[in-house]
Design a protein around this ligand. Structure first.
Ligand code: NAG
Ligand code: NAG
Length: 401
């Protein structure tokens, strides 16, 4: 059951830092395989019996991490923010306390060196232009980041955004972004980087709104021809009574083309995205849909039984530690309302992993399978035996608890 560890190559290493839509979808062919499963086979097995226990955490020796939890070397601004704050009117019954403890990710305290840099600024002044540092802290578990009492770096020559609906398919002006953190320094570079640059970048061709982005999830999908792994938004919406899919979440949604298409159908979708070598959050906002800057590690900031649909393409895959994925699947189930849909779009893994690990994991959560399509992922060669799973799963309308 050590399959996860065998995926330890450069690509998967890159994916470790990734929670955006990935552009690995080059060529897929429908394929009826041994990965298809026997439904409900393992429903009664406990998770612990089915999934391997995660290996013990590996200590990174950056030199800046200490297990010592004292506040001694912590930055004063960090202590100022995280110290208990007395409620001005005393004991509050809702809080069941007379104080608030402002939350930060517990690993923040272990990253003293980087945290020290992050929390060094002039109070009431401008913040340092340190997006990359902030994102590294966040991805390593210092999430939520502490608040700061300074003004975040912002473009000097900002202009008003393009108005709706044109903004949905318009590349925003370069002046809407602080480019420091990215290799590209303008949108022309981002639009052309799939052609011009070597090396792996998350969602490399996403910023080109006239390229593949234009056709994703659309009915008349353009080249390459759609495979049965490519569900369209309209066929997914048709699985439910008209108008009952109204609000949703797209996890790791790249430049939020999914949310844009849904907006065109009057469905409100929030898109989580990191800024991995591209201004994803700025771009999403400029299009006129809502970006949410949280990593895949965080509990979703929604109440139980609230969302009509959750979608995720490519992000939920075998790069995620299995136990973490199991927690995440249950969190998706939690935020979906009864009758809500989880569209798992191009989940990928290697051959037997699907039958041995992921199908039982997904089945353990309690979704009803509306669609379940398995296909081969061929872009890196058939010998790698990589598989895709696209599934449309429904939280039961009755007795979902
Ligand atoms: C499925 O597995 C069996 C036995 O392992 C093998 O004989 C068969 O060819 C496989 N079928 C496919 C479609 O891979
Ligand atoms: C979206 O809502 C507007 C305003 O209610 C309506 O005019 C329009 O037809 C709707 N579009 C779709 C695709 O349902």
């Amino acid at each position: 059951m050590n399959l996860l560890l065998s995926c330890n190559n450069l690509l998967f290493f890159s994916l470790l830092l990734t929670s955006n839509l990935l552009t690995l979808l080059v060529s897929t062919t429908f394929y009826s395989s041994n990965c298809s499963l026997k439904p409900h086979q393992l429903q009664t097995t406990t998770a612990a019996a089915v999934y391997p226990l995660p290996p013990p955490p590996v200590e990174e020796d950056d030199g800046d991490e200490q297990t010592d939890q004292t506040t001694q070397d912590l930055p004063p601004e960090f202590i100022a923010f995280t110290s208990p704050q007395k409620l001005p009117f005393g004991f509050n019954r809702n809080f069941d306390s007379d104080e608030i403890l402002p939350p930060v990710g517990s690993p923040c305290r272990l990253m003293k060196d980087q945290l020290g840099r992050y929390m060094s600024y002039k109070v009431n002044g401008p913040c340092p232009d340190d997006e990359l540092l902030a994102q590294k802290l966040l991805l390593r578990g210092c999430e939520p980041l502490p608040r700061r009492r300074c003004r975040a770096a912002a473009p000097r020559d900002a202009v008003e955004p393009a108005p709706l609906p044109g903004s949905l398919w318009t590349t925003p002006p370069d002046s809407s972004v602080v480019w420091t953190a990215y290799t590209c320094k303008n949108y022309a570079c981002l639009v052309n980087r799939a052609r011009d640059q070597k090396g792996f970048d998350d969602c490399k061709d996403c910023f080109d709104l006239n390229g593949r982005e234009r056709h994703r999830w659309a009915a008349a999908a353009a080249p390459p021809p759609p495979s049965s792994l490519d569900f369209t938004i309209d066929e997914v919406l048709a699985a439910k009574p008209p108008g009952t899919i109204r609000i949703g979440l797209d996890i790791g949604g790249g430049v939020a083309t999914f949310a844009v298409r849904m907006k065109e159908r009057n469905v409100t979708v929030i898109t989580t995205s990191m800024n991995l070598n591209g201004p994803f959050n700025s771009f999403i906002a400029a299009r006129g849909v809502v970006p949410l800057y949280v990593s895949i590690s965080q509990r979703f900031p929604f109440f139980d039984n609230t969302l009509d649909i959750v979608h995720s393409m490519h992000v939920l895959s075998n790069w995620i530690p299995t136990e973490m994925l199991h927690f995440m699947m249950f969190d998706i189930y939690r935020v979906l309302r009864p009758g809500g849909l989880f569209w798992m779009d191009h989940f990928f893994c290697v051959g037997e992993q699907l039958a041995e690990v992921y199908a039982p994991l997904i089945e353990s959560v309690g979704f009803v399978k509306v669609k379940w399509v398995v296909g081969k992922k061929l872009d890196r060669g058939p010998e790698l035996n990589e598989m895709y799973l696209s599934a449309l799963l429904e939280k039961p309308l009755k007795n979902s608890w």
